[in-house]
Every structure is written in C-alpha cells, then in structure tokens.
Design a protein around this ligand. Structure first.
Ligand SMILES: Nc1ncnc2c1ncn2[C@@H]1O[C@H](COP(=O)(O)OP(=O)(O)OP(=O)(O)O)[C@@H](O)[C@H]1O
Ligand SMILES: [Mg+2]
Length: 272
C-alpha cells in the first residue's frame, strides 16, 4: 500500500509485576494506510495493549520493544513525551473501552470537549463553545445546550460514548483508535453508536484502528482485519474474504463459525 500512515514491526510487550511476568504482545507487525483496520481476538489476546502501545499509554509495568513503530515520519519508539503529547489527540485519538474512566468527573462534559479543542486549536472560549455545540449535534445529541452543562455522572452510557466520540473527532485527528467503543453499552445503543461511527467514517474520511469482538462490525465497518490469539497476529485478511469464508487460520474460522452460530448475519444491527 502506497499511503502507509502507521507501521509496526516486531512489537513485543511484557508486563512485569514482581515475580509475575506476562508476554502480552508477541512479535506483532502490521501497517495502517488510509483504511479501516479491525483487530479481533479473544479476551486477553493483547488487543488493547497494542492500541495503547501505539500512543505509549501503557502502564509503567509494561516493557515495550519493537524493530520499528513509526507514524508519518515520527519514530514513536524514541519520540519524547513532548512529541507524543502532540501526536495524542491532535493526530491520533483513542476511544477507550469504558468512557467513564476517560472523563474528568468534576468538569462539565461540554467544557471537557472545549478543552480538547483548545489544546490543539487557537480559538476564543466562545468559538470553542460554538464548535462543541456543533459537534454534539453531529454525534446526534438532541439538546446540545443542555448536555454541554452536564457532569459525566449525569449522562447515560450511550450518551457518554457519544461525548467521547465528539471529543475525539473535534480535534480532527488523522487516525482514530477505537477500543471496543460499544462493549459497555446495551445492544440497542450499540447499534446507534456503530451507525454513528459508520456515518462519521463517510463524512470525515478517517483512518480507523478498531478493536472489536464483533465480526459484524468488521464486515460492515472495516476494510481489513487482523486476528489476534495469545499475543500474536495469526492472520490478516480483507473483510470481504472474511465474509466469504476464506479465512485459513483455524482460530479465525472458529471465530467466524461462533459468530454464525450466535446470530444470523442478516440480523446484525448494521446490516442493510
Ligand atoms: N497493566 C497490566 N499488568 C499486567 N498484565 C496486564 C496489564 N494489562 C494487560 N495485561 C495482560 O496482558 C494480556 C493482554 O491484555 P489486553 O488487555 O491487551 O487484552 P485484550 O485483548 O484487550 O482483552 P479484552 O478483550 O478482554 O479487552 C492479558 O494477559 C492481560 O492480563
Ligand atoms: Mg481490551
């Protein structure tokens, strides 16, 4: 692919807690161009650790090494904290698995989104507020003026996730890493958020790295998928190949079969 934005080669992550040692990510390599790549795999296979490592948001107990980890000419392995701060939010944004932990409980949600905007754009407070209200409307929040003034504990799970998405998109990042953006939500709200992401994807021309358990999300929202098992990427293939049952690795085939057994594909909230 000619337009590679992100390149990871031979990434290994170890967690060391006293005598406990976990080799969470093993020799992972992939590239990300202007596309939507999904990472799927069982719980504990290392998906979130890969996502966090890209932004160097791993905890202090993690030891990270790689042959290469580059984003648009920046060597992420050696980049200073100063450089990483500019990359995070402004160029690569991440939505975490549970948004509740990403919002500051004592600051109104609108003000938090305005802060994210002002951290990366020169604008007055008033302009920032206008942009936030526009963005809240874009993520289908019906009464942006009211929601602007709510505190995180006053919003529902689905609305919290929309707020996180607004906060992420307002900085106009080039890459979005979304770690199970819907896993904390009930099924009807999941479908709404996934439709919102699909809609933003069309309008904002974003590059996505989407961690998900849901093969329906892969086939409906993503171009390509990397399948992880026990810290390794065992297979990478086009979503189309996945839906045509062309996966070759036994684990991927098992995932496909399990999702078929679980639900008829045409019933998926994103189908049609
Ligand atoms: N802070 C940590 N300290 C020690 N071990 C960790 C830490 N974070 C993750 N791990 C371990 O690393 C491995 C990969 O975890 P990770 O959270 O990346 O998996 P995941 O694929 O995102 O799982 P899930 O689908 O449940 O979110 C697991 O064995 C996990 O226990
Ligand atoms: Mg995870």
């Amino acid at each position: 692919m000619s337009d590679i934005k992100l390149k990871v080669e031979g990434l290994n992550v170890h967690f060391v807690n006293g005598h406990r040692h976990t080799h969470a990510v093993r020799d992972v390599s992939f590239t990300l161009g202007r596309e939507k790549l999904a990472i799927v795999g069982e719980s504990g296979s290392g998906k979130s650790t890969v996502g966090r490592s890209l932004l160097k948001l791993h905890p202090p107990s993690a030891r990270l090494c790689a042959k290469a980890m580059r984003f648009d000419g920046i060597d992420l392995l050696t980049a200073s904290e100063n450089v990483m701060r500019k990359v995070r939010g402004q160029r690569i944004s991440m939505v975490m698995q549970d948004p509740k932990y990403s919002l500051n409980p004592v600051v109104k949600v609108g003000e938090q989104i305005a802060e994210a905007f002002l951290a990366h754009h020169k604008a007055s407070r008033r302009e920032a507020r206008e942009r936030v209200l526009e963005m809240l409307a874009k993520v289908h929040i019906r009464d942006p003026q009211r929601v602007y003034n709510l505190y995180p504990h006053e919003v529902s799970g689905g609305m919290g996730q929309r707020i996180m998405i607004a906060m992420m998109v307002i900085t106009r990042p080039e890459v979005i890493i979304a770690d199970e953006p819907t896993s904390a939500l009930d099924v009807s709200v999941q479908a709404e958020i996934l439709n919102l992401l699909a809609d933003l994807r069309r309008r904002e021309k974003l590059t996505y790295l989407m961690v998900t358990h849901d093969l329906g999300v892969v086939t409906h929202l993503c171009d390509r998928v990397a399948v992880m098992q026990q810290g390794r990427i065992v297979e990478q293939l086009d979503s189309q190949a996945l839906s045509q049952n062309l996966a070759t690795h036994a684990y991927t085939r098992m995932l496909v079969q399990a999702s078929r057994d679980f639900s008829d594909d045409s019933q998926h909230p994103l189908a049609g």
